[in-house]
Design a protein around this ligand. Structure first.
Ligand code: ADP
Length: 476
């Protein structure tokens, strides 16, 4: 049995902005089911509302007293340690942005203190009386942990998982000094990146193993197109770099038992999916129409997700008999452009700006086609949720999308592996072609239901992937 400290800036259902939260909420549970002693550590943001957190101890780092509270991941025995420091975390906003959607001015300090506490816990220098064998860090917010641990004697082994290399935690050199970080880490083969402080380099340089969330993304980040200048470092460390595809929470995302749906269904009762389509159309104010193909999207509205490509083709595709239902938030220009389309085509396009877990589930169940044309996608979750819900994903051939969706081609249709539409170029024309290809398939009811069933049959559970993480821990 390994003692694993899982360091993360978000974990569903305590706090979530994206896919990392889903992973942090479900991978530790899957590892606990494999009999591992895993503990999650996360900042105690104001937005976390747990009823049952209780005080465990106080730890002093960098002239500051920080409390550690304990709760559990819901429906599990996995302990969660909440790093409680009201002057840093008791402020309204999300983990990265303040109330006005601006990055926290003190974001470096917020996560530096969090990292220092994680190090104290991992080294068993707190009253928690628990020493980690493995510290599993995730994304830049935890990047200082492997760096600081590298200075310790008899330290635990470290794993760093890249959920998205586009976010690196880069700060001016003055921040380095303000954070009182040890001088010996400040050099180009340490935390320095083009004269900036790079949190993520702490993970990439000092960890014993690096993973990312799909095999394809593990290769892509070693190239200039996806590496953001870190491709050299990553290919230099390729021997310890691997890709492990994320699983999904098969209970949260189960169309048969999903409490967010008016009607549950499975592969043997696919006709009932229609009841969800009707309810969704009503809820978002589009004409109720069983036959019309409904496209949907649930996403952060950012460049990565190729929302701009969709915006480019909407004027043309909207002349076809289709509906589009979108839910997301992010870039205010993209939000505005999508809202304009919704005003222009009120009986064809619905846009909901915001974050809405319940609506996200109903969209997955109620639409026919999920759009995920991302420029890059380390793993992506919605394409897996879609397949589980009998919704056909249209995805670009990149990262985890390439690893989890099988394009509908004559041979894949023949051997029943086809489960979606995959296109190659991040260009409006290619996306439009993919949509047209999808509409042709939609008309052929027999083939369509074959695609749906192939997707619904797939095992996207954490079982296989958790086993791969465990093998990795055991190999260290
Ligand atoms: P990323 O981590 O890049 O945002 P993923 O596909 O890996 O993308 O994970 C996104 C997760 O966040 C999914 O669970 C998705 O359903 C959810 N999500 C994104 N935007 C919204 C939203 N506006 N409302 C509800 N859920 C959302």
């Amino acid at each position: 049995m390994k003692k694993v400290l899982f360091v993360t800036s978000e974990a569903h259902p305590l706090i979530k902005t994206g896919g990392l939260a889903d992973v942090a909420g479900s991978l530790p549970k899957a590892l606990a089911e494999l009999s591992q002693d895993i503990r999650v550590i996360i900042p105690n943001y104001q937005a976390i509302t747990t009823q049952d957190a209780h005080y465990r101890c106080t730890v002093r780092v960098d002239n500051r007293d920080v409390n550690i509270l304990e709760t559990q991941l819901p429906e599990s025995n996995v302990p969660v340690w909440l790093v409680d420091c009201s002057e840093l975390y008791s402020t309204p906003g999300n983990p990265y942005l303040d109330e006005n959607g601006e990055p926290w001015e003190n974001i470096a300090e917020r996560f530096a203190v969090f990292c220092r506490i994680a190090v104290e816990v991992a080294m068993n220098r707190t009253e928690l009386d628990w020493k980690a064998d493995i510290v599993h860090c995730n994304d830049w917010q935890s990047g200082l942990v492997p760096a600081l641990l590298s200075l310790e004697e008899e330290r635990p082994k470290t794993v760093f998982t890249i959920h998205n290399l586009a976010y690196q935690g880069l700060f001016p050199p003055a921040t380095y000094h303000a954070l009182n970080l040890p001088g010996q880490l400040w050099n180009p083969s340490g935390l320095e990146f083009h004269e900036m402080l790079s949190f993520i380099k702490g993970g990439l340089t000092y960890s014993d193993r690096i993973t990312t969330v799909s095999p394809t993304y593990a290769l892509e980040i070693q190239t200039p197109e996806f590496g953001y200048g870190l491709e050299g470092l990553l290919s230099h460390r390729q021997d310890i770099l691997s890709g492990i595809i994320n699983g999904i929470d098969m209970d949260d995302w189960n169309p048969k038992t999903d409490p967010n749906l008016p009607q549950g269904y499975d592969a043997s009762s696919l006709d009932k999916k229609l009841i969800n389509k009707t309810e969704l159309q009503k809820q978002v104010g589009l004409p109720v129409d069983a036959e019309i193909p409904v496209f949907g999207l649930v996403s952060r509205l950012v460049q990565q997700k190729s929302i701009d490509l969709l915006i480019e083709i909407i004027p043309e595709i909207i002349t076809m008999p289709i509906q589009i239902i979108m839910l997301g938030s992010g870039d205010s220009n993209l939000e505005r452009e999508l809202n304009n389309f919704a005003r222009l085509y009120p009986d064809k396009i619905s846009v909901t700006i915001g974050y809405n877990e319940k609506l996200a589930h109903l969209i997955e169940a109620g639409i026919d086609v999920f759009l995920m044309p991302s420029r890059f996608e380390p793993c992506g979750l919605n394409q897996m949720y879609s397949q589980r819900y009998g919704t056909i994903p249209i995805v670009r051939h990149t990262g985890g999308l390439a690893d989890t969706v099988v394009d509908a081609m004559p041979e894949t249709l023949a051997d029943n592996t086809a489960s979606g539409i995959v296109f190659s170029d991040a260009e409006a024309g290619s996306l439009q072609e993919a949509l047209k290809r999808c509409l042709i398939l939609f008309k052929d009811k027999k083939t369509w239901s074959k695609l749906q069933k192939a997707g619904m049959k797939k095992d996207f559970s954490w079982k296989n992937s958790a086993k791969q993480y465990l093998d990795l821990y055991e190999s260290m």
